[in-house]
Ligand binder design. Structure first.
Ligand SMILES: [Zn+2]
Ligand SMILES: [Zn+2]
Length: 326
């Protein structure tokens, strides 16, 4: 099959590699599409370590089952599935406590084992989510990002009819704005310094938009940029007794200033959210019910041979969700 392979930091090539075969408890999925996200750029650039190269990235796939392992049950050739990329060992203490995203041997398809920027990808049955024949396929590519956002909003636990502010009008900022709206939380304001992104956020989510957080205050605040300065601005924006969700992925070495007095005196809550936890099924259900809200976020698609052009577009920020369609 053809696959996009990272062999060294920044070096990506489409090559012919061996077709995957299903593990005993897994299947092979013929990839219909697989999204590109910010994490993939860090991965391709080698910022997440190079010991995993050569690697086929791609952790947001959906497609059709074309082979089933000998002890795999519950799924058949021809079924359409979305893939949760998370790999939890099931045996360590966090896994036993039901916190698989904190697994001591945490891994992911497309990050620690071959992913889906390829014609085919091998997936354990435990990671499959059946779509059925009537699923709105124009929005299914967002299943993985929506599952991350659903997890984040469970951590934030906002109340309806109270104001919320989101820092960052990237893909995840827009997904979070739509989910807050569907939950009745609002008014929602999205803050971004980029006017083009603000315009998209306003059009696609219905949220109010702002170029700066000056004077904004809300009970529910989300940092979805990964920028330490935005973290500081987001914390300043949290109303008394409010909560800040740290959703964006910052550089592991970055630090930010924080006033312990304010956290004490204003009874602030700061929560983090890492990837997916028990949130894939509700994400699939939400996309099924509200495909018209999510489908417009899928803005671009490229064949496997045009992967470089696809990555260049994602780096430019002039796209919401770009897909690889092998
Ligand atoms: Zn992703
Ligand atoms: Zn574990």
């Amino acid at each position: 099959m053809r696959a996009a392979l990272v062999t060294a930091p920044g070096r990506l090539a489409v090559e012919t590699v061996a077709d995957p075969s299903p593990a005993a408890d897994g299947v092979v999925v013929k990839v219909r599409s697989c999204g590109i996200c910010g994490t993939d750029l860090h991965l391709v650039d080698g910022e997440l370590g190079t010991d995993r190269f050569p690697l086929v990235p791609g952790h947001e796939p959906w497609g059709e089952i074309v082979a089933v392992g000998r002890s795999a049950t519950g799924f058949a050739v021809g079924e359409l599935v979305a893939v949760d990329p998370s790999l939890h060992c099931g045996a360590c203490d966090p896994c036993r406590r039901g916190q698989g995203n904190m697994c001591q041997r945490w891994g992911a398809i497309g990050a620690t084992r071959p992913g889906a920027w390829a014609e085919f990808t091998a997936v354990p049955v435990a990671n499959l989510h059946r779509l059925g024949d009537d699923f709105p396929l124009d929005a299914v590519a967002l299943a993985e990002p929506v599952a991350c956002a659903v997890r984040g909003l469970r951590r934030l636990n906002p109340r309806a009819d109270e104001p919320a502010v989101i820092f960052g009008a990237g893909t995840m900022g827009l997904v979070l704005a739509i989910l807050l709206d569907l939950q009745g939380v609002g008014p929602v304001t999205v803050v971004d310094i980029n006017p083009a992104r603000r315009e998209l956020a306003a059009r696609l989510t219905g949220a109010a938009v702002c170029g700066s957080a000056e004077g904004l205050r809300a009970r529910w605040v989300i940092e979805a940029t990964g920028n330490p300065a935005a973290f500081e601005a987001a914390l300043a924006c949290v109303d008394r007794a409010g909560t800040l969700l740290v959703f964006g992925v910052a550089n592991p070495l970055a630090t930010a200033a924080i006033s312990p007095y304010r956290v004490y005196a204003d009874e602030l809550t700061i929560v983090g959210s890492m990837a997916i936890l028990h949130s894939f099924p509700p994400a699939i259900a939400t996309i099924r019910r509200h495909a018209d809200r999510f489908a417009p976020l899928v803005t671009d698609a490229f064949g496997l041979d045009d992967i470089e052009a696809a990555l260049t577009l994602v780096r430019s920020g002039k796209t919401i969700k770009t897909l690889i369609t092998p």
